[in-house]
Design a binder for this molecule. Structure first.
Ligand code: ATP
Ligand code: MG
Length: 414
């Protein structure tokens, strides 16, 4: 007799691809958290700290900085603010966003009112609930924020300390075009220097920039001292055991159970990229029907849904934009049909047409540039997929619907 399957209704996934993770689901990164906690302690005892959190897209920078912010706030009594500098094109706008974030993100109404008072002449409006502000956008106000950046900062420092807080944790996230702006680089340098030599040299704050490594290089190119001032905190891809711990914690939070082999396969497929953990986890979570995650939930359905999502969200556009020409598309098809997660240049070349072979190295270069392939460490002419979901997407695209075959190949360690 067939076993009766219990079907459960699900209403909330513990996975949220694309959003920074909340502290309770945060996994790993012990070393970086330690460095940030040290910075917070140092700042608290009167030694201002400047850090630059850096790593590739989707590696977990915003998640780390928000965890550090929470730590500063809950454990060390700081006030914390995280602002986005994406799309900012002037120092004035950067200052506007930083101060707006400081005021808007205060946890208590009384403190909010006091700190907002510091910025009275800059505030355009207060939101309906009286807890968010919008700063004026005109050029004059922005200029004035730049000129008065330090007096305003020190005033905020005084107000929050009178209210029993011990410091400020400010993160400027998504550093983008502005990193290439000479004025911004000089603004940072002179701000740090002025604090260091002035009467507020013990100002208790941690100021963190957050951006991909290229942004750090841009800033350094404009102002070499940036390198010396900002301590880099680098994020690299995570370990498979972190992925397993993450899946366990997430499924446990919604009272699901699992077979170890299922989570191991998920970890292997998603690799060390946390953004892929969420894609994989979310797909499997919704595909599972009975609250118990087994290998079939992963290999049967979860995998193809995850591939589909990953392909659509992260790959379709770069694959099309960077590899638009027909010859690149043909090579892509060819590689997809081979179904090997490792591409050996010499082998592939043998099976390509002369025209494809001629374009092969450029093809690899582009695939590396968009973060789909990387060199196999310690080899020459061997490339692997940055994660298996990319590999699967490309393979599935080339050979629609052959997922079982590919899984078997993967299990055989192909
Ligand atoms: N330590 C972690 N534990 C669990 N999930 C994580 C962790 N770090 C990141 N994530 C997840 O990975 C994804 C990417 O994280 P995040 O947005 O923090 O990356 P990022 O480096 O800021 O990306 P971007 O460069 O696009 O701004 C999110 O879905 C997030 O929830
Ligand atoms: Mg981010």
């Amino acid at each position: 007799m067939a076993e009766k399957q219990i079907i459960i209704v699900k209403d909330r996934s513990p996975f949220f691809p694309g959003k920074p993770v909340t502290p309770e689901f945060f996994i790993g990164r012990e070393e970086q958290v330690k460095l940030l906690e040290r910075a917070i302690r140092q700042a608290k005892s009167g030694n201002p700290q400047y850090v630059f959190i850096t790593g590739e897209r989707g590696i977990g920078k915003s998640s780390l900085v928000s965890l550090a912010g929470q730590l500063a706030e809950r454990v060390h009594g700081f006030i914390t603010a995280q602002c986005q500098l994406g799309g900012v094109d002037s120092v004035g706008e950067a200052c506007r966003r930083m101060y707006q974030a400081i005021v808007s993100q205060l946890p208590e109404k009384t403190l909010f009112d006091k700190v907002r008072g510091v910025f009275d002449k800059y505030v355009e409006k207060i939101d309906l609930f009286g807890i968010g502000v919008e700063f004026k956008k005109d050029a004059e106000s922005r200029e004035s924020l730049v000129e008065n950046f330090l007096p305003l900062l020190f005033r905020v420092g005084q107000v929050i300390r009178e209210a029993g807080k011990s410091g400020i944790f400010l993160a400027a996230d998504d550093l983008n075009g502005i990193a290439d702006d000479t004025q911004f680089a000089h603004f940072l340098k002179s701000m740090v220097d002025q604090i260091a030599v002035g009467p507020q040299r013990n100002f208790p704050w941690v100021f963190s920039l957050v951006g991909i490594p290229q942004r750090m290089d841009d800033l350094k190119a404009k102002q070499p001292s940036i390198d010396r001032i900002f301590q880099p905190i680098e994020l690299n891809i995570m370990r498979e055991k972190d992925a397993i711990a993450f899946f366990e914690q997430s499924f446990r939070s919604v009272e699901h159970t699992w077979d170890t082999e299922a989570l191991e396969l998920m970890a292997k497929l998603a690799g060390g990229h946390p953004v892929m953990w969420h894609e994989m986890g979310d797909a499997v979570f919704w595909e599972d029907q009975d609250g118990h995650i087994d290998i079939f939930d992963v290999s049967d359905r979860g995998l193809s849904v995850a591939c589909e999502n990953v392909g659509r969200k992260y790959l379709a556009r770069p694959l099309y934009e960077e590899l638009r020409s027909q010859v690149y598309q043909d090579i892509l098809q060819h590689i997809g049909r081979l179904s090997y997660p490792i591409i050996t240049r010499a082998d592939v070349l043998k099976s390509l047409s002369p025209k494809q072979a001629k374009n092969f190295d450029n093809f690899i270069k582009k695939m590396r540039k968009i973060g789909v392939l990387k060199n196999v460490p310690g080899t020459k002419g061997e490339y692997e997929f940055v994660n298996f979901l990319y590999f699967f997407y490309i393979t599935l695209r080339a050979r629609a619907g052959k997922s079982e075959e590919i899984i078997q190949q993967l299990e055989r360690g192909a």
